[in-house]
Design a protein. Structure first.
Length: 335
C-alpha cells in the first residue's frame, strides 16, 4: 500500500483493537522500518520537484565509491571506496570512508574493510557489510570498529562476492551475491549468482536464477523485497512473509545496469543506474516519477541528513569518484 496522502491502514486499525488483540496481531505482522523512521499516519507529497532533478557534487577524487549509509546518531555518512584489484587472486581492496556534512573532504574510518554495500543495524550500533575480501557478510561495531564474520557460505559452498545488503527491523539480513569481485578465486557456486537471507544464524537461498543481482532493499513495511539484476537490466520484487521467507519474484521495472537502491517513507524506489548516470525514481507500483542526475558511473544511493530528506549519491569515473546530494520532498528509509 502506498502511504502517500493517507494513514497506514495497519495503524488506523490498531487504534480500534484491544491490547490483547494487538499483541496477537503483532506476532503475525511483517517487521518493517525501525520505530520512528517512517511514522505511522504521515502524509507525503511528491519527492521530486521536477521530472529531472540535478544533484550537487560534495566531494570527489576518490577511487570508486559504493554502499553509502547514514549513521543518524552520529550525524555522518559511511561509504566503501574500492581500489584496483591486486595480487594473484585479483581481489579489490577497499576502505570505509566517513563524510560529515559540510566537509570538503572525506576521512578514512576503516582502512582495510574489504567492503562494498553497507547497512545500519536496527539498533544503530553496527554496520553490516557485504565484504568481498572474505566472500562474506561482516559486522563492524561502530563503538570500536571491531569486525565479526556473519556468514561466508551457503551449505558449505563459498559465496562469490557479496555486493549489497538490506536489514529488516528484526535483524533478518538479505544480500546479493554476484561475481563482480570474486577475482581469480574458485567458483564454488558453479556459475550461479544469487540472493540470500540470514535469519537466526541460518543462511537460506532466496533466488539463484538472476544474472548478477546487485542492489537490494526492503519496503518500509517490510512486506516487499526489491532486487536489481544487473546482467538483465531488470528490477524484481518479492513478497516477504513475517518469518522472512519470500515468494516468487515478479518484474517491477527496467533500468540499464541497476546498481544500488534506497526507498523513501512513501515506498518510492530510487535505483542508481551505472549506464546513464542517473537515479531512477519509481512509485511502489513501478510507475516512473523522474530521474536524479549526478554524473557518469552512478553506483548507489542513501537517505540521510537531520531530516532524512537528503539523498546522497555515489557517482563518478574510477579514480575520480564523488559524493553528490539533493534535498527531496520525502524522508527516506533505510538510512
Amino acid at each position: 500500500m502506498n502511504p502517500r496522502g493517507a494513514l497506514f491502514a495497519a495503524a488506523s486499525a490498531g487504534l480500534l483493537l484491544v491490547a490483547t488483540a494487538t499483541v496477537a496481531r503483532a506476532a503475525d505482522l511483517t517487521p518493517g522500518a525501525p520505530p520512528g523512521v517512517c511514522p505511522d499516519g504521515a502524509a507525503y507529497g511528491p519527492p521530486l520537484t521536477s521530472a529531472t532533478t540535478v544533484a550537487t557534487r560534495l566531494v570527489g577524487g576518490q577511487a570508486f565509491l559504493e554502499g553509502p549509509v547514514w549513521v543518524a546518531d552520529q550525524g555522518y555518512l559511511l561509504m566503501s571506496d574500492m581500489a584496483a584489484a591486486t595480487g594473484p587472486e585479483r581481489v579489490q581492496p577497499s576502505a570505509i570512508r566517513r563524510y560529515v556534512p559540510g566537509s570538503a573532504t572525506v576521512e578514512t574510518a576503516i582502512a582495510d574493510a574489504g567492503s562494498n554495500g553497507l547497512a545500519l543495524s536496527p539498533d544503530g550500533g553496527s554496520i553490516v557489510a557485504a565484504t568481498h575480501d572474505n566472500r562474506g557478510i561482516s559486522r563492524y561495531q561502530l563503538a570500536d570498529l571491531s569486525r565479526d564474520t556473519v556468514a561466508t557460505d551457503y551449505q558449505g559452498a563459498a559465496f562469490n562476492s557479496p555486493n549489497d545488503v538490506a536489514i529488516r527491523s528484526d535483524g533478518v539480513i538479505y544480500f546479493t551475491d554476484p561475481d563482480f569481485q570474486r577475482g581469480n578465486r574458485a567458483d564454488a557456486m558453479n556459475g550461479r549468482t544469487g540472493v540470500f537471507r540470514i535469519s537466526g544464524g541460518t543462511v537460506s537461498l532466496v533466488d539463484d536464477g538472476l544474472r548478477e543481482p546487485n542492489g537490494i532493499a526492503l519496503s518500509p513495511d517490510g512486506g516487499t523485497l526489491y532486487v536489481g539484476a544487473y546482467g538483465e537490466n531488470k528490477i524484481y520484487s518479492y513478497p516477504v512473509a513475517a518469518d522472512g521467507s519470500t515468494g516468487d519474484r515478479t518484474p517491477f521495472a527496467s533500468v540499464g545496469g541497476p546498481d544500488g537502491v534506497t526507498i523513501d517513507c512513501a515506498g518510492d524506489v530510487y535505483w542508481a543506474s551505472g549506464r546513464d548516470g542517473r537515479v531512477h525514481v519509481f512509485t511502489p507500483d513501478g510507475v516512473p516519477l523522474g530521474t536524479i542526475v549526478s554524473s557518469a558511473g552512478t553506483t548507489n544511493v542513501a537517505f540521510g541528513g537531520a531530516d532524512r530528506q537528503t539523498l546522497f549519491v555515489t557517482s563518478g569515473r574510477t579514480g575520480n569518484s564523488g559524493l553528490y546530494s539533493v534535498h527531496l520532498g520525502v524522508p527516506g528509509y533505510p538510512y
